[in-house]
Design a protein around this ligand. Structure first.
Ligand SMILES: [Fe+2]
Length: 472
């Protein structure tokens, strides 16, 4: 199937269709056997608009939708599912009004309110840290939930140290120290904020960072001693924003190479900006680490910033083109000379790169990502989970079948002291033909084999973004 045909687009639009049921049940339809050593909770997050605009779900931007958080708890060979909406003030107000009155990027409010609460949909990521659980989106501070019940607690302002308007959905938790690093960005100076939350939950750093231009900086990376800010070739059109244009219209491609902002993790450090060889945009780095005076960072890079911005706004309508093809790149940043080399690692489109979280900010050998089929290119339809090996060994692929989409792979070690890659890759499988969602448990060391277990969920989960594992 050619993924750019309308049928394929409609299919993709179909798996993003909302399902507002908040369910709570023991998972019973299990193929294979859940490994007994897999004990803990897989949290997932994604947009799931409850009250639709008149134009329907297809009119929403990919990033729009009330946040529904999903918790799949594994316990001694059994699994339990729980799904709950995140009750921000704007979500509760919209439910009370009973109309599409808050609005988003794709569709403005159809019944503007006199004193509207801030429109906050923390639908992008869900991250446990220091015994707390945060639902995250990049235009608001973190929203705290109860890790067991998923009950809403409220916005967290970094113990009063929040400097900007928001922080992103992509904190980086150092795999060795447990420190959670997170940044925020905004269209007005200072363009970037940086925070560090210690493993015990105390906020130890909150600083502003200057940048050459304001940009949608969706994610960033940490290495052992540094923070890496990928400044993509996109910027905010301040004039459009002043005219009241929404986020989708106010972000523009910029005809300039990407830059990487490098700063020490020490408080009060300066940031230096190093040119990448090419223009582009990075939604997600995989990992970064330091070796021989260099920072090595891998990422999924979109070479055409204009195309990705345009296509991402069309995903739900099914009319996207080839702009959604990001490719794996390796960036080699020489700290002494202030130069950067780039290598395109594969011609197969990839997204949602993850690693063994115990190695975040440290040297890793393996990486996992959702990838397109080689003969499907150009594609944004991810039907494979791919495992990459830095030593140059061939990639290993777990293929889904036609009509199925795979999402972000989450690695879970077999035990706390298991070797890298000795564990499971958890992945949500969206099956368009069945109209159902499954959780696949793959053996990371035998990724190309059938899943160890496939758990069919009773309620379809609309296509979401990110998730994380919290061990029991
Ligand atoms: Fe993301």
């Amino acid at each position: 199937m050619n993924p750019t045909t309308p049928n394929d687009g409609e299919w993709l639009a179909g798996i993003t269709r909302p399902n507002p049921t908040e369910a709570d049940y023991e998972v019973t339809r299990i193929e294979g056997e859940i490994p007994r050593e897999l004990n803990g909770t897989l949290y997932r997050n994604g947009p799931n608009q409850k009250i639709l605009p008149k134009a329907g779900a297809g009119a929403l931007h990919l990033f729009d939708g009330d946040a529904m958080v999903h918790a799949i708890r594994f316990d001694d060979g059994k699994a339990h599912y729980r799904g709950r909406y995140v009750h921000t003030e704007s979500f509760d107000r919209e439910q009370a009004e009973g109309t599409y009155c808050i609005g988003g990027i794709g569709v403005q409010s159809e019944a503007p309110l006199e004193n509207p609460p801030p429109a906050i949909q923390p639908n992008t990521n869900i991250v446990p840290h220091a015994n707390r659980l945060f639902a995250l989106v990049e235009n608001a501070p973190p929203f705290e939930l109860d890790p067991k019940s998923l009950d809403s607690i409220g916005l967290w302002n970094y113990d009063g140290k929040l400097l900007g308007m928001s922080t992103t959905a992509h904190p980086k938790i150092d795999g060795k120290t447990g420190q959670m690093w997170i940044h925020g960005y905004q269209p007005i100076p200072p363009f970037i904020q940086l925070y560090c939350v210690e493993a015990d939950g105390t906020v130890s750093l909150a600083e502003n960072v200057d940048a050459p231009w304001p940009s949608m900086m969706h994610d960033f990376a940490i290495s052992q001693n540094h923070v890496i800010f990928p400044l993509g070739s996109v910027t905010f059109d301040i004039e459009a924003m002043m005219q009241g244009k929404g986020f989708g219209e106010a972000i523009r491609p910029r005809d300039e190479v990407m830059k990487f902002g490098i700063r020490s993790r020490e408080a009060g450090s300066e940031t230096i900006w190093i040119d990448a060889p090419s223009p582009g945009y990075i939604f997600h780095p995989g990992n970064a680490y330091e070796e021989d005076g260099k920072i090595f960072m891998d990422a999924c890079t979109y070479e055409d910033s204009a195309a990705v911005l345009q296509d991402i706004s069309r995903v739900r309508s099914g009319k996207f083109g080839t702009g959604l093809q990001g490719h794996p790149y390796l960036y080699e940043i020489d700290l002494a000379s202030g130069t950067c080399k780039e290598t395109r690692l594969s011609d197969i489109a990839a997204e949602f790169p993850r690693i063994d979280d115990r190695l975040v900010g440290h040297k890793n050998r393996y990486g996992y990502a959702a990838t397109a089929e080689p003969d499907d290119a150009p594609s944004a339809v991810f039907r494979r989970i791919t495992k990459y090996d830095r030593t140059g060994a061939p990639s290993v692929n777990r293929e889904a079948v036609e009509g199925q989409w795979v999402g972000e792979p989450v690695f879970v070690p077999r035990s706390p002291d298991a070797a890298e890659d000795d564990g499971f890759v958890l992945n949500l499988l969206y099956d368009a033909k069945r109209g159902e969602t499954a959780v696949d448990v793959l053996d990371a060391r035998a990724l190309d084999r059938e899943p160890v277990a496939r758990l069919w969920l009773e309620e379809r989960i609309p296509l979401g973004f990110h998730g994380n594992w919290l061990g029991a």
